[in-house]
Each structure stands twice: as C-alpha cells, then as structure tokens.
Write a protein that binds this ligand. Structure first.
Ligand code: NAD
Ligand code: ZN
Length: 248
C-alpha cells in the first residue's frame, strides 16, 4: 500500500465538509459473501436470468432455489468486517454523512451505520407480490419453496430489486441528493458496471467531489473519475485510512 497516497487521501477526507461512501459487493467479500462478478463471483456458478423479474414470475420455484442459497444461507450468518466498522466510526465522528450501498446484506446497519441508502433494497424484508404484506426472514419456511403469503397465498418475493425492476424511489432520491452535496466520495468494492447505481460517484464528481477508491482491482471508476486509487482489500485499506485520519 502506498503510504503517501493514503495520507493524501486522509488529508482530503479530514478537510471535507460532506463526505459520503458508495459501496458495492467488494466490501462484503471479507465477510464471506461472494460478489456477482469476477473470479469466484456468483455468476460463475449461477445463471443471472434467475434474478430477472419476468423469470421469477414464470418460474418461481427455480428462481427461489437460487435466491435461498445465495441470499438466505450466506447472509444470515455474515458479520460486518473492519471496513464496515471503519465507515460506521467515520459516521459517528461526523466525518461521513451517509452511505449509498448497492448491497442488500444489511452489514452496514449491523456495523452501526445509521444513514444508509439501500439502492437495491434489502434482503431482510420479504413482500407478498399480491397483497403487499411483508415478512421478516424468520417467518419464511425455506423448506417449502416457493414461499406463499399466509394471508392471500400470493407469491412472496425478497424486497431487493431484481433485474428489470425500478430503483426504490426514496433510496434513489436520497442518493442523488447526497451525491450532489458530497465533496468527497469513498468508493469501496464496486466494478461500476451496475447502472444506474454507478452514476452516483459520477454525479458527485461533476459537482466537484474528490473520489477516493478502494478496490483490489481497477474498475470503471479508476481511470475516469478516481483521484486516489487505494489498491487493496477493503478491510486493510479502510483500517489504514481510518488510522491516517485519526491516528488511533
Ligand atoms: P460486483 O460484484 O460487480 O464487483 C465487486 C467488486 O469488488 C469488484 O470490483 C472487485 O474487484 C471488488 N472486490 C472484491 N474483493 C474485494 C475486497 N476484498 N476488497 C475490496 N474490493 C474487492 O459488485 P457491484 O459492482 O457492487 O455489483 C453487483 C451487484 O450485485 C450489486 O449491485 C449488489 O446489488 C448485488 N450484490 C450484492 C451483494 C451483497 O449484498 N453483499 C453480493 C453480491 C451482489
Ligand atoms: Zn398476500
């Protein structure tokens, strides 16, 4: 890790008035949750079509088998890592104002972060596609798929967005607003390939923000808008960045 670069990024962060974070699947990899893309990514094992909205309605059982394995077997046991915790501490100290996350794993909230905009929804709530009743995962019988609503027998769907669905309105509005206000964005573990989420750091940049990027590999952001590319694992880099800002 480039010490000088970390210190430069820490200086920019320390002097910021409205820093935010933008996170992708990479921040949760060290919590044991695989990303979608790349080596060992989920898509090397499963067909992304199973998470398309049309497919889900046509083949709920097939879709649900994948959903169960991907999102309700890994996520439940996963714990936040040092990178999630560093962001939560930055927020406690008033340095980071909000997190825009593409993740649906609840790990930012588990780490104690309060202002989290879940751009793709979350997995901790499930909703009936017919009557709108909502259920926490403990109410779902994952042994009998697809799960059906106790009230109306409608098909139950996790409250994260599938391919072909709109971004939740509030999360979108809040994210765009935060991106426009931000003077620094820490982008962690995102390929920048998922739209429109990936627009958020670009919106911030257009409004004058500095971009600090943390990733093990380069992304769509690295050679376009990134000012400080901190190459490495999210946990290691975030620990160093926190230390460089606060010396503790
Ligand atoms: P992605 O899967 O496209 O890319 C993951 C990124 O993380 C890559 O750039 C990779 O180089 C980087 N990375 C891998 N290990 C890392 C580490 N230890 N430290 C830092 N970076 C690391 O992720 P994406 O761009 O966020 O898009 C995938 C979409 O899939 C997301 O929008 C999200 O909704 C969903 N998803 C969510 C989860 C989750 O909630 N944890 C997991 C998989 C997919
Ligand atoms: Zn129902």
């Amino acid at each position: 890790m480039d010490e000088i670069l970390i210190h430069k990024a820490a200086d920019v962060l320390r002097r910021s008035r409205y820093a935010i974070a933008f996170t992708g699947a990479g921040i949760s990899v060290e919590s044991g949750i695989p990303p979608f893309r790349g080596e060992n990514g989920i898509w090397s094992k499963y067909d992304p079509a199973t998470l398309e909205l049309d497919f889900f309605h046509r083949n709920p059982l097939e879709s649900w088998k994948v959903i169960k394995e991907l999102f309700y077997m890994y996520f439940g046991n996963a714990e936040p890592n040092t990178a999630h915790i560093a962001l939560s501490r930055f927020e406690q100290k008033g340095l980071i104002k909000s997190i825009i996350t593409q993740n649906i794993d609840d790990l930012h909230q588990k780490a104690g972060s309060r202002t989290v905009y879940e751009f793709h929804g979350n997995s901790k709530k499930l909703v009936c596609t017919k009557c709108g009743a909502d259920y926490p995962p403990v109410y779902i019988d994952f042994d009998h798929l697809p799960p059906l609503c106790g009230a109306c027998s409608g098909l139950i769907k996790p409250d994260f967005i599938f391919f072909g669905e709109n971004i939740p309105f509030d999360a979108y509005q809040n994210s765009v607003e935060a991106a426009k206000k931000a003077d620094v964005v820490i982008v962690i573990g995102s390929t920048g390939e998922v739209m429109p989420a990936a627009q958020m750091p670009f919106i911030a940049k257009q409004n004058g923000a500095s971009i600090i990027e943390v990733n093990t590999e380069t992304s769509k952001f690295t050679h376009s808008i990134t000012d400080f590319y901190l190459e490495g694992k999210a946990t290691e880099v975030m620990k160093q960045l926190y230390f460089a800002v606060y010396g503790e």
